[in-house]
Design a protein around this ligand. Structure first.
Ligand code: PLP
Length: 454
């Protein structure tokens, strides 16, 4: 067994971390998580921390699921690997595809696998452009996305995404991707503008971009139903139906990125169902296996899939681990658990609304809290210096980092995104877990307020 200091020294010597300032990391020291059970993770010091982020928005079924371990080991013994290229398959990706077709919106019946959300978005981008080429319209290849979108960190994912800091490090983006405003009412609605009207205005930005590019040149619009890494930005109810209408009007494909919202988070299998829209593609990963194995599934609607089949010709695209049998075995078992335990109904009918009510009742009046928004088990707490003017602390994003550190010390793992604290807990949370979370966040806010006042 290694001590924390030993692990930190080895880590500093050899490990480059994702999304990390390595100079800062050397100064602050790595946090080392060593085990987990149910809703909790444990570090080297034995601290028990309530994981309000479900890892990175992914451990939907919670930690310590023996059944998932058994599904993986049984599959490894039987057939640890074989591919799905060249007219082959193995049973688990085939059966998983059938299951995904059953639980996804009615127009979706085909699945293309990868190992990560980023890969799956690469697939989606290539596929929609290929679709229009097969339809004899290769010039229809512009994709419209939004500011603050996160679609992964490969070159295509970063280009599709709308994070300025990431674009600044692209050194050459994928061409023909354009960005429009995102539906973030707290910062972007005009004084007196209703939520409904703001949602329509944000959708109109997409229509304007289509008209500016010429609808004959626009392949697709891509969006996360709720922007996750951008700060759990929940659009007004008017937004998505209007986007669907606009896409249909201009014959633009609708691509949803449900890497975060998929597999129960909003109280349905997919947010497309919560929002009653019918996308042409849905990118999914994370909660598909509850993070126990790396796996992504691009759900492909009939329109695109039928063209692929009818026009024929090889789509030159795929990954060694597309449809990995072990990852797919774990996904099948994970979906079975979510169904058997009724976790999605519970989010929709009980814990989701309860989380919203408890956060608002417990923290809504706190001087640092400007707004609380939730959808299912996704939540955002806007942090402000002044509640009435919505003035933020300077520099931007500085206060949430202070709150996050107090939150972890108070026993709850949250994430700070610019001026927003966010949560995306495992779907196994109960009312008691929610109460525990609210109490710990309240403590962190009080401690942070004392720091920020000085
Ligand atoms: N899309 C969304 C909406 C995400 O939140 C993420 C990851 O957080 C991704 C894509 C990328 O997924 P991955 O990190 O598995 O590549």
């Amino acid at each position: 067994n290694y001590s924390l200091d030993q692990l930190r020294a080895i880590d500093n010597a050899h490990h480059l971390h994702p999304f990390t300032d390595h100079k800062d990391l050397r100064a602050a020291g790595t946090r080392v998580v060593v085990s987990a059970e149910g809703p909790f993770v444990y570090d080297t010091e034995g601290n028990e921390i309530l994981d309000a982020m479900a890892g990175l928005w992914c451990v939907n079924a919670g930690y310590g699921r023996e059944e998932l371990v058994e599904a993986a080991t049984a599959q490894m013994r039987e057939l640890p690997y074989y591919n799905s290229f060249f007219r082959c398959t193995t049973p688990t990706p085939t059966l998983l595809s059938q299951k995904l077709a059953e639980i996804s919106p009615g127009n979706i019946n085909q699945v293309f696998y990868g190992s990560s959300g980023s890969e799956s978005n690469d697939t989606a981008l290539r596929l929609v452009r290929h679709y229009w080429a097969l339809e004899g319209r290769p010039e229809k290849n512009i994709v419209i996305s939004r500011n603050w979108a996160y679609h992964g960190s490969t070159i295509a994912g970063t280009s599709l995404g709308g994070m300025e800091a990431m674009h600044a490090q692209l050194y050459g983006a994928v061409p023909n991707i354009r960005h429009v405003m995102c539906p973030y009412a707290y910062e972007n609605a005009e004084p007196g503008e209703s939520d409904h009207d703001f949602g329509l205005r944000a959708a109109k930005a997409v229509e304007d971009a289509i008209l500016e590019a010429g609808a004959e040149n626009v392949a697709a619009f891509i969006g996360e139903p709720i922007q996750g890494a951008g700060g759990v930005k929940i659009p007004p109810a008017s937004y998505w139906p209007e986007i669907q209408r606009i896409c249909e009007k201009y014959d633009v494909l609708l691509m949803l990125d449900e890497v975060i919202t998929g597999y129960g988070r909003t109280g349905e299998w997919f947010a497309a169902q919560s929002m009653n829209i019918k996308p042409d593609t849905i990118t999914t990963a994370k909660g598909l296996t509850s993070g126990y194995q790396p796996l992504s599934a691009l759900l492909v609607g009939d329109r695109i899939a039928n063209t692929l089949v009818e026009k024929g010709g090889e789509f030159y695209h795929g990954y060694t681990y597309s449809g990995h049998p072990v990852a797919c075995a774990v996904a099948l078992k994970n979906i079975e658990i979510i169904e058997r335990e009724g976790l999605i109904d519970r989010v929709r009918e009980d814990t989701g609304p309860y989380l919203g009510d408890a956060l608002k009742a417990g923290l809504g009046d706190h001087p640092l809290v400007g707004e609380i928004r939730t959808c299912g088990l996704l939540a955002a707490v806007e942090i402000v210096r002044d509640k009435s003017t919505r003035e933020r602390f300077q520099p931007a994003g500085s206060a949430p980092v202070v709150i996050r550190d107090h939150a972890i010390a108070s026993g709850i793992m949250m994430r700070a995104v610019m001026d927003t604290m966010i949560m995306s807990p495992p779907l196994i949370w109960t009312r008691e877990t929610v109460d525990m979370a609210v109490e710990r966040i309240g403590k962190a806010l009080d401690l942070a307020q004392a720091d920020l006042a000085t």
